[in-house]
Design a protein around this ligand. Structure first.
Ligand SMILES: [Zn+2]
Ligand SMILES: [Zn+2]
Length: 367
């Protein structure tokens, strides 16, 4: 597979230092060493294999060295209530759709096609656009592709693009340590703490009143007028994501019942699956899985999630080499997102693609 040579640094867009206080110094840095974007930039692993095989410091214990992050942004109660509706209703639909289809017959081939088509578009919008391109700079898209990817990712209803990227860059900066927005190891290492942490990493973190200061993590996106505009258009894109399947269902079948079943499958079931597969990367893939590559956190490769997550569940490699365009780098590891990036490259729509190189991968192998 043709690819360009990777630069030695291989780093994502730089992230300025966040306002941090380190009373007594950091438990993960040597005395006197400061924690800054230079030593801990998004996309790099300056700590090498630190953290591999080490217990993660629990968040809930009094720790004089604990990282305190001052963000000053809060999520209002009404925002969290709306968020709860957007999460709970698709989840209930995901649980109930098959029994409903079995008993009442509420499913058609059109519904399944709408659900699968919308799932593919918005999941790849997140994996290729939000994640590999905008967060990690794994390739450079031409402007129409950049806009299309940002819109497709917005249809997943996982938040506006700039918010999502801010959260995810923060996740890489502090992965499985204090400051990580969603680590399953947040409450400790025993079984009970891990169970609680899994729920928090999967969905609980979204409801935190205190939000990270996104602007500190996304200076490049704030400078990009297209991305700012698409972020501001998120409520409109959310509405399109909700209404497009029932509209198509109504137009094709010319019936209300056609609109209703298209809404059940193409909107609700599709969103429920998109949400929980995406969030499983934050929860399951940071708790279990193979770790063939050295990363400074608990990110693992989970094979059974690979197809539904469009290759994102090869999460160990991703944390070992965050800007790599392909996450499934080992033989037999399916990664549809990487395949589509390759098509974009062949069409001339993507350039500077950071494809994996054997020598680079060998250097990142776990000891
Ligand atoms: Zn991760
Ligand atoms: Zn990432």
């Amino acid at each position: 597979m043709p690819s360009r040579d990777l630069p030695e640094s291989h780093e994502a867009p730089s992230v300025p230092t966040v306002r941090l206080s380190w009373p007594g110094g950091s438990p993960l840095t040597s005395p006197g060493q400061t924690h800054s974007s230079e030593t801990d930039a998004v996309g790099s692993s300056p700590g090498g294999v630190r953290g591999v095989g080490r217990p993660v410091e629990p968040w809930n214990q009094p720790d004089p060295d604990r990282l305190v992050i001052h963000t000053g942004q809060r999520q209002a109660l009404w925002e969290r209530l709306v968020l709860g509706v957007f999460i709970a209703v698709p989840f209930l639909a995901l649980l109930c759709a098959l029994p409903i289809a079995w008993v009442v017959g509420w499913v058609t081939w059109l519904d399944i096609a709408l659900a699968a088509g919308m799932y593919g578009v918005c999941m790849h919008g997140v994996t290729i656009g939000y994640h590999r391109c905008f967060t990690h700079g794994a390739f450079k898209p031409i402007r129409p592709l950049k806009i299309a990817l940002a819109i497709a990712g917005s249809l997943a209803i996982e938040g506006a693009v700039n918010t999502w990227v801010g959260d995810h860059r923060k996740h890489h900066k502090f992965s499985d340590r204090a400051g990580d927005p969603h680590s399953p190891w947040r409450y400790g290492n025993n079984v009970r703490a891990l169970a609680k942490g899994l729920v928090y990493a999967h969905v609980g973190w979204l409801f935190e009143a205190e939000q990270s200061d996104k602007s500190a993590y996304i200076p490049d996106l704030i400078r990009d007028k297209d991305m700012v505009r698409i972020s501001k258009a998120f409520p409109a894109l959310l509405t399109i994501s909700l209404l497009l399947p029932p509209l198509v269902g109504a137009l094709v079948t010319r019936s209300w019942i056609g609109a209703a079943t298209a809404f059940l499958w193409g909107t609700l079931v599709r969103l429920g699956l998109v949400h929980h597969v995406s969030w499983s990367i934050n929860s399951i893939c940071h708790a279990i899985g193979e770790r063939p590559f050295a990363s400074r956190d608990r990110a693992g490769n989970v094979a059974w999630l690979a197809v539904l997550s469009m290759g994102e569940s090869w999460h160990n490699l991703h944390h070992a080499d965050p800007t790599c365009a392909r996450h499934g780098v080992l033989p037999g590891q399916l990664d549809s997102s990487a395949r589509i990036i390759r098509w974009f490259e062949q069409l001339g729509w993507a350039s500077d693609v950071r494809w994996p190189k054997p020598a680079r991968l060998a250097a990142k192998r776990a000891p």
